[in-house]
Every structure is written in C-alpha cells, then in structure tokens.
Ligand binder design. Structure first.
Ligand code: BGC
Length: 468
C-alpha cells in the first residue's frame, strides 16, 4: 500500500504533486455542493418562504446546470485549453457562491445555484482530464483519484460546516458563501500551472509541450521522457478528426459504451440517495434527528477513508479488480438494506444493521466505482476526442444523478423502501456483469498505449474491411 507514496516521493516531483493537488480543488467544489444543501435548506425554507417545490428546485437546479456546464466544457477544454477552462470554472464558482449567499428571494437563489452547477459540471471532468494528461502512467490512478478524494472530503467538510454554523445568525448564507474560498483557490491556483503536454501537442506547440513534460518528469528515473513525447506526437498525428459525430462511429462507439455505462451505473446503484438521504434513511430506523445527522458524519468519514485506500491501491491492484470487488460489496450492502427494511424483526432487534450496511455500502463504492468512473473516462479515449467523450459521459452521470435524486422519495412511496433497495440491488448485479465483460484494465500503461490497444486494433480491422 505504501508503494504509491514511495513511488511518488522517489519519482514524482513537486510540480507534478502541486498541479495534481490544485486541479483536485475542482473535486472539492463538487463535493461541497453535493453535501451542503441538505443542511442549508432547513434554514432557507423559513427565511425565503420556499415551498417544497421551490426547495426541490433549489437542490436539483445545480444538477441541471452541471449537465450544461459539462457540455460547454467539451468545447472550451479543446479551444481555450484545460487550464483556462478550470480557471473560468473557479471564477464562476466564486461569483455564484457569493450570489447564493446574498440571495434575497427564491428565484435569485435558484439562478445562482444554476450558475454553481455550470462550474461544478465543468470541474467534475476537466480536473481528472487535466491530471490524467500530466501524470506518468505508474502514478496516474492515484493522482487522478486525488480528485475523488477531494469530492469526498468536500462532502464531509460540508457536513462539518453545516454543523459549525448551525447556531450562527444568517446560518445558510455562511454555509453557501464560504464556498467562495475554494472557488478562488481553484481560479488563482490554476493560473500558476502549465498547460497539459497533450493539449499543447494538439495545438501544434510541440516545443512547449516537450518543455512542460521535461519539468513534470524531472527526478523521474523510470520514465523514458523522449519516448513518451514521441508517442504523444504520433498519437495526435494518427487521429483524423474529433467531431461529436465521430463519437458514435464504429471506432469510438464501444469506448463510449464503457464510459456511458460506468456513468449510468455509478448513479443507478443509488450512491446519492445514500449521500442526500442518509439522515432520512437512518431516521427510518427509529433514530432521533440529531443522532441520525451525527451518524451521517460516520458515513462521510468512511467515504473519505476508503477513497484514500483506493488512491493507494489503484496503481498496484488495478482498476478492474477494485471496481469488481467494490461493486460486489455494495450489491451485498444493498440487499442487506432491502432485507432490513422488509423485516420488522430486524428493525426491532438489530437497528444497528442499517448503519453497518450503509457504511459497508459507501466503503465499497469508495474503493471502486467512485474513483474508477472518473479515472477510467480520463484514460480510455484518444486525445483528440477526449474532451467530447468525457463531457458526454459526465453529462450522462449528472443526468442520472438528477433522475435518481429526484425520484427516490416518490419511488419509495410507490414500492416501499425495501422495494427500492431491491431494485438498486438488481441494478447493481447488472452493473457488476457489465463491468466484468466490458471494462478494460488500464493500469500502468500510457494513455497512448491504451488508446492504441482499444482503438488501434479496431481501426486496422475497419480499414481492411473497407479496403477488402
Ligand atoms: C459521484 C458523486 C457522488 C460521490 C460520492 C462521485 O464519484 O460522481 O455523484 O456524490 O462520488 O462520494
């Protein structure tokens, strides 16, 4: 487990670590907003006289903004660069956080939450993309997953902020406004980092790209920097075009199925019902409101701790193994939750079982599907089409998040809570099979190698088919 840290210390360099940490602030914004609103809403509804429909909009408009934000950055990450797209994302976030904090009525708050969403949707995939494009293959899994670590830390931080500001006048304004700090940190921090070498090569700025790559690989005795650079140039040269239409062509479609499948299942195994509704689920086990909020913090801590485990293991054990083990674990946890809510006996005699199952669920998600989705979509697509393909996978992820979050309470009403967990269990089984059959291993291979393996073979088959 210590391998990743040792390798980072011996062969990583300060620039690489600094840029990966700064880029990961994008994840913090994402996580903070995922977690903060449930607590803030308790105060907003009284202050701004928000009806329940208005409250639903305040929560979910961010997810809609994120879908649009991801779509816009598909273009800006190519045209304006990964770096400047992230600077813009941090600046928009800072403005939107202040706007939310100063909102005087519901429409204003909804408007600024939408703006926050634009920024979060952008950051959610441009962060992993940026880090993936600067990392050496051996460390890429851990470094890219700093982002997921920041997401989970952001969620935990939001619980703590909700708790800290609970008795301060103007509570919710502080909860929402304090997010200006990470927004500014991202915007300013990203101004200080270089462009990714792959983006520079795409732009025909080869000399600058080589210079950045040399700086990123200083002290790294294990990487053949010239070879890495040559592969990058060749890969970019061999790509023909990068229009959205190409995503659906025979060459790219199978990869898109992997990205979109991971995106879909990451949400449809119900992770955000646990994140958004953990206190509600726990209250359903007979706990008081305060006890259920306190126990939710355990769920948040477990999420962070097991994401650290994932960061340490992804480059040793590999993505696929962790993905399959994690998905297996969360399937069991979902089944246990279903049985728990189905059995009055268990609820009566073993109410602790729900908390254990929730913690086991989140730990399993955190070592597999949580980081692996964002990591994998930053690895499997060729450079020229990467931003569009990642954007599309990200949009599917946010749309699925929206559907699951906005339907959870209604669905539990229709088919009971146990019924809902059984449906998630079924979906998790399908997810497991999909991953087992479709998801490739990408550990310790350069992005160009992965791209060659996944696309190259198919390209030559297609070419020989059309020639023949
Ligand atoms: C997911 C989020 C989720 C978070 C929980 C992320 O990978 O995309 O929707 O809230 O993990 O840790």
């Amino acid at each position: 487990m210590a391998g990743f840290i040792k390798d980072l210390r011996d062969n990583g360099n300060t620039l690489l670590i600094r840029v990966s940490v700064i880029a990961a602030i994008g994840g913090l914004l994402f996580g903070y907003d995922t977690g903060v609103i449930s607590g803030a809403l308790l105060y907003i509804k009284g202050d701004l006289h928000a009806t329940s429909t208005a409250q639903e909009w305040i929560v979910s408009v961010l997810l809609l903004g994120a879908i649009l934000g991801a779509a816009i950055s598909a273009y800006s990450a190519d045209l304006a660069s990964r770096k400047w797209t992230k600077v813009a994302s941090g600046a928009v976030y800072a403005i939107a956080a202040i706007g939310c904090a100063l909102s005087v009525n519901v429409p204003m708050l909804i408007g600024f939450r939408f703006l926050l969403g634009l920024s979060v949707g952008t950051a959610s995939f441009v962060s992993p993309m940026y880090v993936s494009e600067v990392s050496p293959p051996r460390l890429r899994g851990g470094l890219v997953s700093f982002n997921q670590l920041a997401v989970t830390s952001g969620i935990l931080l939001s619980y703590l902020v909700d708790f800290a500001f609970a008795n301060v006048p103007g509570t919710w304004r502080w909860m929402l406004g304090i997010a200006v700090l990470p927004g500014l940190a991202l915007a300013i921090g990203m101004i200080t980092v270089p462009h990714t070498p792959r983006w520079l090569v795409e732009q025909g700025r080869g000399d600058e790209a080589k210079d950045v790559l040399d700086r990123l690989r200083e002290n790294d005795d294990e990487t053949d920097v010239d070879g890495e650079f040559k592969d990058m140039e060749e890969a970019v040269e061999s790509e023909k075009s990068s229009r959205v239409r190409d995503l659906f062509g025979p060459l790219m479609r199978p990869l898109l199925v992997v990205g979109v499948g991971l995106a879909f299942f990451q949400q449809f195994v119900g992770v955000n019902t646990v994140i958004y509704y953990a206190p509600t689920i726990l209250q359903g086990t007979g706990l008081t409101k305060n006890a259920s909020i306190a126990q939710t913090v355990f769920v948040g801590v477990t999420n962070v701790v097991f994401t650290i485990v994932a960061v340490l293991l992804l480059d040793r054990v590999g993505r696929r193994k962790l993905l399959l083990i994690g998905t297996g674990g969360l399937t069991i946890a979902l089944a246990v939750l279903g049985v728990y809510f189905w059995s009055p006996g268990l609820q009566h005699h073993a109410s602790y079982l729900a908390l254990i199952a929730l913690m086991f669920y989140i730990a399993s998600f955190a070592i597999g599907l949580g980081p692996v989705f964002w990591l994998m979509i930053s690895e499997i697509f060729p450079t020229g089409i990467r931003s569009k393909a990642m954007a599309l996978s990200t949009m599917v992820n946010w749309a699925a998040n929206f559907i699951v979050a906005s339907s959870f309470l209604t669905v539990t009403h229709w088919i009971t809570r146990q019924g809902t967990f059984f449906v998630y269990t079924g979906l998790a089984v399908v997810a497991f099979l999909f991953f087992a059959f479709k998801v490739p291993e990408t550990r310790d291979r350069s992005l160009e190698d992965i791209q060659n393996d996944l696309v190259g073979d198919r390209r030559s088959k297609l070419e020989s088919a059309t020639q023949g």
